[in-house]
Ligand binder design. Structure first.
Ligand code: AMP
Length: 214
């Protein structure tokens, strides 16, 4: 099963994707994670995208489509979760073609609906474990007081450079201008399921499980 998690920054796509990976042996393909890795390891591509990402703009379709193309050739395990991709209509078309030529189908597009006020609150409170990727929230799921990640025991708490108010405004603007048209695109294809992303993590997960079962 191959699915897309669609939603604005802070909707909870990464958190839900991690649970699908654990429970269904799926492979999370987060273009944001791939780009941050390229930036941190200082590759040529990483240098090109660093400023764009810091501003909250989208990197070019060509770069992200290339990243996804490489991954689709590898292990498919329990299927792919596209997290943060596609973000433009051109990326959506390219994904359709890539899946088709790999003999794969797109089985569901889950739109995670969250209001803007909740997004800002979530993103400015967000941190992750730099070792295992576990996601924390200063209010609802604080980094443990003993300084160690509850999942892996690592001590490397990280905050994203673009999780600040200026970048976030731009990321939201990019979402509404370039990514939200995908809601209509996948609705018209009969592939869209909306899920309320505002509830507890377990409630959102249950709604996603139900959507995938149907
Ligand atoms: P994310 O981790 O998904 O919030 O992505 C972080 C940043 O990486 C975004 O603000 C963009 O600058 C860039 N990015 C990630 N995925 C894409 C994509 N599919 N298309 C264009 N830019 C992307």
């Amino acid at each position: 099963m191959n699915i897309i998690l669609l939603g604005p920054p802070g909707a909870g796509k990464g958190t839900q994707a991690r649970m699908l990976v654990d429970e269904r042996n799926m492979i999370q393909l987060s273009t944001g994670d791939m780009l941050r890795e390229a930036k941190d390891s200082g590759t040529e591509m990483g240098k090109i995208v660093a400023d764009v990402m810091a501003r909250g703009d989208l990197v070019t379709d060509e770069i992200v489509i290339g990243l996804i193309r490489e991954k689709l050739d590898g292990d498919k395990a329990g299927g792919f979760i596209f997290d943060g991709f596609p973000r433009t209509l051109a990326q959506a078309d390219a994904l359709g073609e890539l899946l088709q030529s790999a003999g794969e189908t797109l089985d569901a597009v889950i739109e995670m609906e969250v209001d803007d006020a909740a997004l800002v609150a979530r993103i400015t409170a967000r941190s992750t474990c730099g070792d295992c990727g576990e996601v924390y929230n200063d209010q609802t799921k604080p980094w443990p007081a003993d300084g160690k990640c509850a999942n892996c025991g690592g001590t490397n708490q990280k905050r994203r450079a673009d999780d600040n108010e200026d970048s976030l405004k731009q990321r939201l603007m990019e979402y509404y201008k370039k990514t939200s048209p995908l809601i209509g695109y996948y609705y018209a294809k009969g592939q869209l399921t909306k899920v309320n992303g505002l509830g507890e993590i377990s409630e959102v997960k249950a709604a996603i499980d139900e959507a995938l079962a149907g």
